[in-house]
Every structure is written in C-alpha cells, then in structure tokens.
Write a protein that binds this ligand. Structure first.
Ligand SMILES: Nc1ncnc2c1ncn2[C@@H]1O[C@H](COP(=O)(O)OP(=O)(O)O)[C@@H](O)[C@H]1O
Ligand SMILES: [Mg+2]
Length: 509
C-alpha cells in the first residue's frame, strides 16, 4: 500500500477518435416518433421561426418522406456543417431549448435512413447536407447536397419561407408502413397525425397559446407542393381547467434543493370528473397526474411522481407545475430526449419539504387533492346501480362502464350473444339467463365483413346494454318496459334490414 500514488503517472498521449459505431448508440436513444419530431421543432423555435410545417409526403399509397420546414433564421454553410456534427455545441442563449448539440442527429438517426438538412440564411445562398445513417456509422462522411436542388427544394415552401428558413427531410422513415396499401396508409396517417398533434400541442402549449409559433401538420402527394390536407396544432394546456377542483387552489409551494432553486411549485387541483381534453391527456389519467416540468417554457415532463408516490386513482386531480431554475439541468437529470426527468435523490425530499406562504406543506396539498377526488366520487354515486356487463363485452369497455356506474352487488352479468332467430326479429331477451340474443342473420352486415368474435360489435352491445338494463332489473317487466321493447324491436329490425341490404349490394357490386 506504500506504493499508492495519488496521481497516475503517464508516458505520453495518443489521439483516439470515437468509433463511428458510436452513432449506433445515438440512434437507439428510444425516441418515440413524436418525441423526435418535437426535438426538431425545438430547433426551429430556437432559430426564431414563426411557422413550422410538419409535412408528410406520399407517392400514391406509399409514404415516402417527412419534411419539417421552418421560417427561422436559417444557417450559413459553416453553421450547417456545425449543425450536422454530432455533439458539437454552440453558444446557447438563456432561453434556448437546445443544449447538447445532439438532438437533430439523435432524433433523425433513430427514425430515418437518411436525413437531409437544407437551409438558407438571410443574404446567404441555400445550402444542404445529408447524412446517410449507415454512412455515418461507417465513416463520418457527410454528403453535400447539390446547390440547385437545395434551392428548388426550399422554394417549394415559399408560402412559408421567404428570406430564411430550414427544411429537415427524413427519407426511409422506419415508422412509416412499409407496404403501399391505401387503407394501411390512411390508418397510419390518421393515427400518427393525431398523436403528433397531441404531443406537440401538449409539450409546446405555452408557445402555441401566445402565438410565438404556429405548427401545421400537412399531408400531400410528392407531385404537388400545395398541401392537400392541413391541420393546425392547437395548444393543450394540462392546467386549462374551467374551475379549480378546490377553493384556495392553485397554491404556490417553495422549496430549495441542493444548490438549485429556490424551486417554486404551483399545485393545482383539477375539476373532478372532467371530460376536457386537457384533463384526459393521451397516456391515461393515471400517468398524467403528478409533476409537470418546464424548461424555458417547453414541457420536459408531463406528469409522474419521480418516485415520490405511485400513480393512483385518488391522486388523479393532482397536477403540479414548475419551471426548471437556470442551470439546473444536471440536477434534474434532463436527457437529450427531453421527455422526462431523472432528478438526483434529494429531489423527492425537497418536494415533500415544500411549504406555502401560510406554512401549509406539500403533503397537505396531496391530501387535499385526494379529498377532492373522494368527495366527487361520493356525490356522483347517485346514479342508479345496474347489472354488470359480462364477458361478451371487451375488457376495456367493462372497465369503462364500471368507472361510470355502480353495479348491483352479487348479480349475474348481462351478456349479448348472436343466435339464429328467424326472419322478423332483431333481438330477443332471455331474462332467466340474463342474455340479449341478437339475430345472427345480421351479424356479417353489422360487422361490415370483419370476423366475428366473442367480444365483437362493442358499439352495438353498449347501446343495447344501456337501453336494456332496466328490462332485466325487476321481477318482471311492467307495461312501460314492454312497450319500449316492442318499439326498439321494430326500429332496430328496420335498421338492421337496411344494413343487410346495403351489405349485400356492396358485396355483389
Ligand atoms: N431548424 C434549424 N434552424 C436553424 N438552425 C438549426 C436548425 N436545426 C438545427 N440548427 C442548428 O444545429 C445545431 C444542432 O442542433 P441539435 O443537434 O438539435 O443540437 P442543439 O439543439 O442541442 O444545439 C443547433 O444548435 C442549431 O445551431
Ligand atoms: Mg436541438
């Protein structure tokens, strides 16, 4: 042990550049598609863009590329080279959303085979560079885009880009459906545009709400520049409730934590039982309770308790808003993805110690939010208890019904099943067995040709369940219920026959 040296002796140094295989690591950051797009839009916002267009380009039924165009300040050739360099950082202003010099590359390499960046700065020419993800992994050779092409490409967007701007184009997007089938592509687009609009609307809501930036999602064919379909992204404020769930809220709690801070937490209690889209955010009510963190106005965590609590139903009205104090990124464990925090261990403690101007603690707030939830549950229990739905209803549907309606305890559920019933009825009910029988003759038509299963036709089943619960409830059916059953029978039969006729003529046509 006597030979211990505090400094390790060396005998020279040699240059060991990173292996390009390192790019592979970059490409596996686990960015979701919408997170990757959001990262590119952060760059547009940093460049002062007023407009950003997220443009899906399709050729016939095949999606070919994604282009994200902005009218920010653009880049000169030298700046573009820097921008394409992995990990090269620039000087960042106080309000900048960028920080690691990685976002553009990490987001693009994880989702596309090729990324082309074309940019035009004021009083400078249009320039372009392209990385082929594969090449970037073998050598650090970046392609120089033909200048004439670059200019023409950006000119396609002259509706937005006048003096300066940037287009990031992804080709070989791994998220896109691989085969060109019109129906698949339509389904993919509808789903993706929806989740993109949701994600951007939420994470950039402060920028969208005050008009600092406008984001348009568009789809069009590769042959025409004018977007065939456009969609303006709306701000989704996770704190945009019509009325506080508890008087006295929101309240501001303050705490300090390991040289960061003061940290100010604004604690909200949502309006109970809200159906507002700002409350029912994608990901579900459970995941969206908890802490919402902003860095320079950009949401970097949308809910979750960072180990302070488990998500639970009773806390679903609790949402807490805070801004990261300057230079606290490391303490909060902000990653390139900017999707969630991994704060240092002292954080939980600091939040639990937070108190407001009246000396109330953050833990009191959690109790209040829980109380508001329980209170709302008991006051809406006035809904009459019903018989539960059975296994012929999809599981999510049964859960949803259970969340809304109290069940009569210890009763057999109601099932809806298909049976041959002859020509002139649509349904029959078997009170003893608690079954609604649907005439099998209409099944293919009502399923629109899809394959049947035990839990098929959830829409139809739900409507019948809501209508008929009463018919199963009492000892026997009174005249009012009987009259209703006759009425439903006659109207539903007519409707089913229309469906059948349309289905049959569609099949022969
Ligand atoms: N749309 C854009 N407009 C102007 N400059 C951009 C744009 N996208 C990227 N850049 C430049 O490229 C650099 C690298 O971007 P990125 O890899 O996302 O890292 P970061 O944003 O952390 O700096 C940015 O700092 C910026 O200078
Ligand atoms: Mg960036």
């Amino acid at each position: 042990m006597d030979d211990w040296r505090f400094d390790v002796p060396t005998s020279g140094s040699k240059h060991l550049p990173p292996d390009p295989g390192y790019i592979k690591g970059l490409a596996s950051q686990g960015y979701r598609f919408e997170e990757a797009v959001a990262d590119l839009i952060d760059n547009s916002i940093d460049a002062g863009a007023k407009d950003v267009v997220v443009h899906f380009r399709r050729s016939g039924d095949l999606l070919t590329s994604l282009v994200i165009v902005d009218n920010g300040r653009g880049m000169t050739e030298a700046e573009l080279d820097t921008a394409m360099t992995v990990g090269k950082r620039r000087e960042y202003g106080d309000k900048a959303l960028g920080m690691f010099g990685m976002g553009l590359k990490a987001a693009s390499f994880s989702h596309a085979d090729k990324v082309t960046v074309i940019s035009r700065a004021k009083l400078a020419g249009t320039v372009g560079r392209r990385w082929r993800t594969e090449h970037a992994q073998e050598s650090f050779q970046c392609d120089i885009v033909d200048v004439e092409f670059a200019k023409q490409f950006l000119d396609l967007y002259d509706q937005y880009v006048v003096w300066s701007g940037t287009a990031v184009r992804w080709d070989g997007v791994r998220d896109f459906p691989a085969r060109g089938d019109a129906a698949q592509t339509d389904i993919y687009l509808t789903k993706t545009m929806r989740s993109l609009a949701d994600h951007l609307g939420l994470h950039l809501h402060r920028f969208l709400a005050d008009g600092r930036v406008r984001i348009t999602i568009a789809v069009s064919g590769v042959d025409d520049a004018t977007p065939a379909m456009t969609w303006l992204v709306q701000a989704v404020n996770p704190f945009g409730y019509p009325m506080s769930g508890l008087p006295g809220y929101p309240r501001k709690f303050t705490t300090t934590f390991e040289g960061v801070g003061p940290l100010e937490l604004t604690a909200h209690v949502w309006t109970p039982r809200s159906n507002a889209e700002q409350f029912r955010l994608p990901g579900g009510i459970l995941a969206r309770q908890g802490l919402y963190a902003y860095r320079n106005d950009r949401l970097v965590q949308a809910g979750g308790w960072n180990g302070m609590r488990q998500a639970e139903q009773h806390l679903s009205l609790a949402r807490v808003e805070f801004d990261l104090p300057p230079d606290s990124e490391a303490a909060f464990g902000l990653t390139v993805k900017k999707a969630e925090l991994q704060p240092v261990p002292g954080f939980v403690d600091a939040v639990e110690r937070a108190s407001d101007a009246d000396g109330r603690s953050f833990l009191d707030y959690l109790k209040d939010a829980e109380g508001a939830y329980r209170q709302a549950r008991t006051t809406t229990r006035e809904r009459k208890a019903v018989l539960p739905p059975g296994r012929s209803f999809p599981r999510e549907l049964r859960t949803a019904i259970e969340e809304e309606l109290p069940f009569v305890v210890g009763e057999e559920p109601i099932e809806v099943v298909w049976e041959p019933l002859g020509r002139d009825v649509f349904f029959a009910i078997d009170r003893e067995e608690r079954v609604v029988l649907l005439n099998k003759q209409f099944r293919p038509a009502l399923l629109g040709g899809r394959r049947g299963s035990l839990t098929d036709a959830p829409m139809l089943k739900t409507l019948l369940y809501l209508l008929m619960n009463e018919a199963f409830a009492g000892e026997r059916n009174g005249p009012r219920v009987k009259d209703n059953l006759d009425l439903w029978q006659s109207l539903l039969l007519t409707a089913a026959k229309i469906e059948l006729a349309k289905y049959e003529s569609g099949n022969t046509a």
